[in-house]
Design a protein. Structure first.
Lengths: 142, 294
């Protein structure tokens, strides 16, 4: 019984470390999407890393995009670029963008003339990945 | 099968702890779905993620309006040694980080270096020295006259710190850093607006109504043993005034350039703030900011 408990504990610790490292690596990879085109300034991160352990549900990020800025939303859930579907909606629920229409593009830019409150819904594309850590990053240029 | 179950249940519980806001033993109830093995074991966490826009963006707006640099409205970097609790350290790391961004944007190198030193001291106390280490200092000092690079360096360092805290199950500290940064950004905007009223700054203050709600929600989620009660109460008082701001949003269909991977958001937004309300907001912000920096 004691041995079982020790095994369980070790398994749990290893699993939790693996999850944390997995997320960290995904975040590092995802941050490369904020670099922008060659010769252009990098998108400046908003200083936050949005992570979620996703299964078949969606995670929601509510944020404000300021007028007069260009934003980049980048998403990753691992090695391949097309694991994550993200959809940007306004406060009335209108869909402003979804990368689902563009082969789950891992990043997209948004030119914002007037400030707006948006909801970024994130989910894994179950055709490619069922479960795991998903990372979203938001960068801006002014 | 039973063996697998024995391993999976605790694994899921630990993963849940890792991704929830429990760094301080707040004794949150575990969702019944997780306890119930007949339902999905891989239950989700962090379904709602709170986001606070970077305070650097408001400093950039102020800088673009060609307003002078006001050092007197910033927090005194000498006060850094007086912040002895984890909460005040985290809040003021956000405050000093915002002051650092504001000074760096104005090319005020002597101030930038003082704020950088304050940021470094607090990040060390919070166990975040990896984000503002010697190599960061060297890169920062090497780009003192290049604002774009400095903004990227500061933001990346805060992002690294945020990731570290979240991985270390310290979302509580991460939330306070964000709240401190937002409050300082509001303080800078409203104090500058008192010195020199500008329509764009008034609008930017009005645009904070949604971020204020997110800040309250974020702090409430990380409110172990009611430690944030006073700050949340103050922010709720502030929300009373923000609720009086009139804003009218009109949806207009966005346009997308597929080749450029860019979508233009074409909506309209009108914000109207009564002068009395603006004054009340400024006074309340000043009082909240005084509480966290003194």
């Amino acid at each position: 019984m004691k041995l079982k408990l020790v095994y369980s504990f070790c398994f749990v610790m290893l699993a939790s470390i693996a999850f944390s490292q997995d997320c960290e690596q995904i975040a590092r990879d995802c941050s490369k999407y904020l670099e922008g085109k060659a010769g252009e300034n990098k998108f400046i991160s908003d200083g936050q890393v949005y992570t979620a352990f996703l299964d078949r549900e969606k995670t929601e990020i509510k944020t404000t995009l300021y007028g007069g800025s260009t934003y980049r939303i980048a998403a990753s859930a691992g090695r391949k670029e097309n694991y994550v579907i993200f959809t940007v909606k306004d406060s009335e629920g209108n869909i402003l963008f979804t990368n689902r229409k563009y082969k789950n593009a891992p990043y997209w830019d948004f030119e914002v003339a007037n400030t707006i409150q948006v909801l970024v819904e994130t989910e894994l594309d179950v055709d490619f990945k069922n479960t795991g850590c998903a990372v979203i990053l938001i960068g801006f240029k002014q | 099968m039973r063996k697998i179950f024995n391993y999976l249940v605790p694994t899921v519980l630990v993963l849940g702890t890792l991704t929830s806001c429990s760094g301080d033993g707040d004794g949150k109830e575990i969702d019944s779905d997780i306890k119930d093995s007949s339902k999905t074991l891989m239950t989700n966490f962090d379904i709602k993620v709170f986001s606070i826009p970077s305070p650097i963006q408001t400093s950039m707006l102020i800088n673009q309006l060609n307003l002078p640099f006001y050092s007197d409205i910033l927090n005194d970097p000498e006060k850094v040694s007086g912040y002895s609790t984890k909460s005040t350290q985290a809040l003021n790391l956000g405050v000093y980080g915002t002051d650092l961004g504001y000074s760096a944007l104005y090319n005020e190198s002597s101030y930038s270096l003082k704020y950088l030193s304050a940021v470094q001291k607090l990040s060390e106390k919070l166990g975040l020295s990896g984000a503002f280490d010697k190599s960061f200092m060297k890169r920062f000092e090497g780009h003192l006259s290049n604002q774009d690079t400095l903004m990227t360096l500061i933001s990346d360092a805060f992002m690294q710190g945020d990731m570290f805290l979240k991985n270390d199950n310290r979302k509580f500290d991460a939330a306070l850093i964000l709240a401190g940064g937002w409050i300082e950004s509001m303080h800078i905007s409203s104090e500058i607006n008192i010195k020199k009223a500008t329509t764009r700054i008034v609008e930017r203050i009005g645009e904070q109504q949604w971020t204020l709600v997110s800040t309250i929600d974020l702090l409430s989620e990380c409110n172990a043993n009611g430690v944030n009660d006073e700050l949340i109460g103050d922010l709720e008082d502030l929300q009373f005034y923000f609720d009086k701001i009139e804003s009218k949003y009109t949806y207009v269909e966005p346009t997308t350039d597929i080749e450029d991977k860019t979508t233009m958001l074409n909506h309209k937004l009108e914000i109207k703030i009564d002068t009395d309300i603006l004054n009340q907001i400024s006074m309340k912000i000043r009082s909240i900011r005084e509480k966290i920096t003194n």
